[in-house]
Write a protein that binds this ligand. Structure first.
Ligand SMILES: CC(C)(COP(=O)(O)OP(=O)(O)OC[C@H]1O[C@@H](n2cnc3c(N)ncnc32)[C@H](O)[C@@H]1OP(=O)(O)O)[C@@H](O)C(=O)NCCC(=O)NCCS
Length: 175
């Protein structure tokens, strides 16, 4: 249901915690008015967060169309920044609000990224992920990405290596 309302009923254990309930959200393009929420999620998610200016600049780039997951009350649950250039997509940034993780938002965002990249004419999508970020790696594998290489010391803040993941985008992914 691309771009529409997604509902996921989730009841189970993750990291020893019982999580449950019904999470409703829809996916839409990011707007300038979202930036306070986006920057707050970014700061809660990364050791070296993107600045507000970086997100604002992305709103103006012709090859970028950042988008968000928003709940019915208007709260931003997560977002993606992905560039589509010369037939290739690069997923640069994805995060979900810590209070809403483990409930399907990240997976919906990655699937929407692939769909939008296909629609933009990209045939491959690439990303880097920290070697220690197992949640994200599991998510990417679940969405069809495969490990294709490594960049030693890529993250200058911690010196951590980056794993490179890639996925082919097939015509059916764009529908
Ligand atoms: C990575 C991130 C985006 C995942 O978002 P999320 O909404 O929690 O993910 P989902 O609930 O949609 O989970 C989808 C799949 O991801 C994997 N996953 C998510 N959280 C996981 C966890 N804590 N442990 C293991 N696997 C996990 C699972 O395969 C899961 O599928 P399942 O529910 O069928 O098991 C989120 O943890 C996040 O924002 N992290 C901080 C920012 C970040 O690391 N971004 C990626 C940078 S490369």
């Amino acid at each position: 249901m691309p771009g529409g309302v997604r509902v996921r009923v989730y009841l189970g254990f993750r990291a020893g915690m019982l999580v449950g309930g019904c999470l409703k959200f829809h996916i839409r393009d990011m707007k300038e008015a979202d930036l306070d929420s986006v920057v707050a999620i970014e700061k809660a998610s990364f050791p070296t967060p993107w600045s507000r200016g970086m997100f604002r600049e992305d709103l103006t780039r012709p090859f970028s169309r950042p988008f968000t997951a928003e709940d019915p009350a208007g709260e931003i649950l997560g977002y993606v920044v992905c560039w589509n250039v010369a037939g290739e997509a690069h997923l640069l940034n994805i995060a979900v609000h810590p209070n809403f993780r483990g409930r399907g938002v990240g997976e919906a965002l990655v699937k929407e990224t692939i769909r939008r990249a296909g629609r933009a004419g990209s045939e491959w999508i690439h990303l880097e992920v920290r070697v220690g970020n197992e949640q994200a790696q599991t998510l990417y594998r679940k969405c069809g990405f495969a490990f294709v290489g490594m960049r030693k010391g890529y993250y200058t803040d911690t010196g951590e290596d980056a794993l490179l993941f890639a996925r082919e985008i097939r015509p059916a992914d764009a529908t």
